[in-house]
Write a protein that binds this ligand. Structure first.
Ligand code: FAD
Length: 456
């Protein structure tokens, strides 16, 4: 089975990138068509303004730039029929159960929602969500109950440069990376992030089940010896060499998302002198070109989401998915567009091998840990002080969450996959489209650098 494992992405970057770029050239037109031309995939309903940051007082972190604003659809008639409240009230999705409470009872020593490791000088947060399905990697935007939700046209609110930055943004990114604190060596260096939260403190207090697992480390070492495919992050400013696969995957997903956001804002950048939106080469060179690990993580995410979309494809034909209520022809057209994307995503040999993950003796508990951490990343989106960044941050974390759910919900080798909620489906395909656009933009930026350097 020919695979582009994460190792080959790192070790044989050119070949792997070329393969994924070629795949992207094939998938992108139908993917863009799907997210741009269907009501179903170009609208999103979410709770954008009414959730407080659960981790710190974010009063001062808000972005007042016009570029940060989100235009919501306030009139019912502007909202496509499929997204209207009357239709949403008919929705029946997988009902939430409450695994959180029972787990909380079993692990009363774990920090609860909103605590940032108070008093222990450490900030890995584990929380057990009362609202969402135990399988979710994200706090779901539950459209059927989100009475305070807002309708947003994604086309009218494109992800691009907003001017959001400074301490507020840094605080969020820093907290996101701290979710990767399965063990000390996975932390970003404080010097790199420019914050003073190092040293992180005893991660073991939160994650005894992870840290107690000395035996697991030994197992992983053994596995690594037998598994030449285990990926390594080419580290730039992060100490990640001595980690298990799962921790590195967590880090790569987050860093790849960060790289993708950087690619978009650098490509769609506001020239404040001319007032024009245009690519900013200096922005790209400062944030991505000199950081091959970040670019590698972006490609890694592309491979991961491609695999999830390809795996989901055959299941989208089932009766559990309807893409448009009330208009049979639009339903058929939307379904055909989705299937075209999934078929193209599946047109190459399997490019991400999820069967490598969570397979050691401690697999299930590590999976739980991974899931809780990713859910915290999703909660951190409510701390983003720029509405538009928060909108796209939520969509993308939900998209990765949906992809992880598709890949890891059941036994890794199972062909069974979970039924996704509508918001998960929309965020998955929009995240895929964002990644696809990042690959394209980075390709063009590379050409611009070559032209600037006078390389043919
Ligand atoms: P930042 O991008 O803030 O990075 C902070 C530090 O993280 C860097 O100094 C570096 O050490 C490290 N780092 C950077 N990239 C990576 C990576 N890929 N992997 C690992 N480490 C890395 N701004 C917009 O203009 N438009 C948006 O749509 C937008 N969306 C955002 C969404 C979220 C969730 C967040 C938290 C921020 C968003 N921002 C957006 C802000 C943007 O991401 C930057 O924070 C901002 O432009 C300031 O950039 P910076 O150069 O200070 O470094």
């Amino acid at each position: 089975r020919a695979q582009i494992s994460s190792k080959s992405i790192v070790d044989d970057a050119r070949a792997s990138y070329a393969t994924l770029d070629k795949l992207n050239a094939n998938v992108k037109p139908s993917l863009d068509n799907l997210v741009r031309s269907t009501d179903f995939f170009s609208h999103y309903r979410l709770n954008l303004f009414h959730k407080k940051c659960p981790f710190w007082d974010d009063e001062n972190g808000f972005c007042g730039n016009i570029g940060c604003a989100v235009e919501t659809l306030d009139n019912d008639e502007d909202v496509p029929e499929v997204w209207r409240a009357s239709e949403l009230s008919k929705l029946e999705g997988p009902l939430a159960r409450h695994p959180g409470r029972s787990e909380q009872e079993q692990h009363p020593d774990r920090p609860l929602q909103g605590e940032l490791g108070d008093g222990v000088g450490e900030s890995c947060v584990v929380e057990y969500d009362d609202e969402c399905d135990g399988r979710d990697y994200c706090v779901p935007e539950d459209e059927s109950t989100a009475s305070k939700g807002d309708y947003v046209s994604l086309l009218r609110n494109p992800e691009r440069f907003t001017g959001y930055g400074g301490e507020g943004a840094k605080q969020v990114w820093d907290a996101i990376y701290r979710e990767n604190c399965f063990q000390k060596s996975s932390f970003p260096r404080s010097a790199d992030l420019g914050v003073s939260l190092w040293p992180p403190g005893p991660a073991a207090q939160d994650f005894k089940h992870v840290m107690d697992a000395a035996g697991r480390q030994a197992q992983l070492q053994a596995r690594r010896l037998h598994r030449p495919n285990v990926p390594f992050v080419a580290s730039t400013g992060y100490e990640v060499d001595d980690e298990c696969l799962e921790k590195r995957v967590f880090y790569r997903v987050v860093s790849g998302m960060h790289a993708s956001i950087s690619a978009h804002l650098c490509w769609d950048f506001l020239n404040q002198t001319t007032g024009e939106w245009q690519p900013n080469l200096a922005c790209y060179t400062n944030r991505l070109h000199g950081f091959p690990d970040r670019v590698s993580n972006l490609y890694f995410n592309y491979a991961l989401v491609t695999r999830a979309v390809a795996k989901l494809g055959p299941h989208l034909c089932g009766p559990q998915y309807t893409f448009c209520t009330g208009d049979a022809s639009e339903d058929v057209a939307t379904r055909a567009k989705v299937l075209e994307v999934t078929l193209r995503a599946a047109s190459v040999p399997q490019i991400f091998d999820e069967s490598l993950m969570f397979v050691n003796g401690e697999g299930p508990s590590l999976k739980e840990d991974f899931r809780h951490r990713f859910r915290n990343v999703s909660r951190l989106m409510d701390c983003v002080g720029c509405d538009k960044c928060r909108l796209w941050g939520k969509i993308q974390t939900n998209g990765y969450g949906a992809a992880l759910k598709v890949l890891f919900e059941f036994d890794n080798n199972s062909q069974e996959i979970p039924t996704l909620k509508r918001t998960e489906l929309v965020s998955l395909f929009n995240t895929y489209a964002r990644l696809s656009e990042s690959l394209r933009a980075i390709g063009e930026f590379r050409d611009m650098v070559r032209a600037q350097d006078g390389v043919a």
